[in-house]
Design a protein around this ligand. Structure first.
Ligand SMILES: Nc1ncnc2c1ncn2[C@@H]1O[C@H](COP(=O)(O)OP(=O)(O)OP(=O)(O)O)[C@@H](O)[C@H]1O
Ligand SMILES: [Mg+2]
Length: 161
């Protein structure tokens, strides 16, 4: 599937994240792309909220590579913005950064891509919109098992297919 969404405000991004979280397969892997301030962490927070993680506990793992949030099942939050983080990834056991029991949400995922070959991924690209500081465009791509995510989002603004 490929789906494009207009997110008119941070609130709209939260609504999208809640729906993604509700429809995400238990071991879903979400790659979140987009420049600084595009809204990746904002979306992660909302996905986590839907997964019954306390949103206050969701912060970008700046000094750690992976944050693990407790909930009905654990949620892994990975941020590979720093080069050292991307390098450290290679040293980790897979279970330490790809969640064996629940979803894995990865910001700045480029370094992880070669290690995720053959995995079913939900790719979310967020982009700023010129002259509209609170608007974002989200493009989502995911194979068959992410069809439920598409359905959950399609009702939001009828954007794209
Ligand atoms: N439509 C929108 N969607 C998401 N965030 C928005 C939107 N409009 C404004 N914002 C604001 O933009 C900022 C996005 O910050 P956020 O930390 O989510 O970005 P990020 O992509 O994770 O950045 P970084 O690469 O630094 O981790 C927040 O302050 C948020 O309130
Ligand atoms: Mg972030």
């Amino acid at each position: 599937m490929e789906l494009s969404l207009e997110l008119a405000s941070a609130g709209a991004t939260r609504q999208a994240g809640l729906r993604i979280g509700q429809a995400l397969p238990r071991r879903g892997i979400v790659l979140l792309e987009g420049e600084l301030g595009a809204g990746k962490t904002t979306l992660v927070k909302a996905i986590c909220e839907a997964l019954e993680v306390r949103p206050e506990s969701v912060i970008s793992p700046t000094y750690t590579l992976v944050n693990v949030y407790p909930g009905p099942w654990p949620v892994y939050h990975v941020d590979l913005f720093r080069l050292e983080a991307a390098e450290a990834l290679l040293e980790l056991d897979r279970d330490d950064w790809v969640n064996p029991e629940g979803p894995t949400l990865i910001e700045w995922p480029e370094a992880a891509r070669p290690l995720l070959d053959g995995e079913a991924l939900l790719e979310v690209a967020l982009a700023l919109v010129e002259d509209a500081p609170h608007r974002r465009r989200a493009t989502l791509r995911g194979a068959g098992e992410y069809a439920a995510v598409r359905e959950a989002l399609a009702a939001l603004n009828g954007g794209g297919d």
